[in-house]
Design a protein around this ligand. Sequence first.
Ligand code: ZN
Length: 342
Amino acid sequence: MTACPCCGHAEATAHNRPESHFACPCCGHRWRVAGTGGEACDYSGMSGRNRVPARQLQRKFADRIASVQALLKDRCRILEVGCAEGEFGAMVKGLADVEYVGLEISLDAGIAATRLDRVLNQPAAKLSEGGFDLLLSFHVLEHIPDIGAEIGHWAGLLDSAGTLLVEVPNSAGHPLRDWDSHPEHLHFFSAASLSALFEHAGLAIESLSSGHYESPVYADSLRVTARRALAGQEKNARLLDRFRLCLDGPFVVYGLGGDFRNCVLPVLDQLPVAALVDSDPGRVGERVTEKHLVQAYDPARFAGLPILIASMRFKDEISQGLQATAAAPVKLVGLDAIYEMD
Ligand SMILES: [Zn+2]
């Protein structure tokens, strides 16, 4: 039994047409079988990997720049896996003050070295340095036999807040073809299989889009951006930091509806909550947790304490009501301040 290299589904189906390959019934991934044209090529003696008509090259690079530009920050460190002759990297270097390192295993590495800050003639698995802010790779992953191991290497080369941007052909690479006969291509991704591969590598997808232009033959490509997925404890710690930044010390929570249950209750016991208040007098005395009963709002008792308005929808109404009844001005904080913080 062969398992899917993207989603891990154990029962891939074998096919002999149009060529010998496996297909995953779960995520739609297809891949070639070793021994029937599925071995990795030897790229070390190849050159001119990007040599296509200028119009195609310009269209391809313009499509890529549209996604990459938003990810550029001055002094960020970029690694491009499969940088070819370094033309795209040179274009990116013209847009921001970045350090651009290229990996290229073909002879094109020699030309790229004249355009980029550094070019290494080796695969990502052999790279010992890490901490890159942005890892780019266009039309490389479909050439690599062990894509699970490769994505693991790429994820390991990123800074903890780094972003990975990868593009591959969407299935056959053109909406009017069912099969991709390119002899170097071993993997044929679907949106679902590419997502599953990233998620298995501990990466969280930030965007996934199709229809990206590589060439007339591969006019439909998938592009994904991802970052390291946060573990449950990290999410919790970051959320508590936000509450701390917005509400210093004990505070009152006002409004105990759906937004409260979704956005406050999961961390309620870790917050310095002085009282839970709701505008519905019928709820006074209701037990919310072992520690907290619903209380009526008492401006004199809660004087000086900040109030978290735990309703997105009724924030303005509650805010106006509290300002009208409060004995002294109080600090009012909305859930949007906490959940929309950059
Ligand atoms: Zn699968």
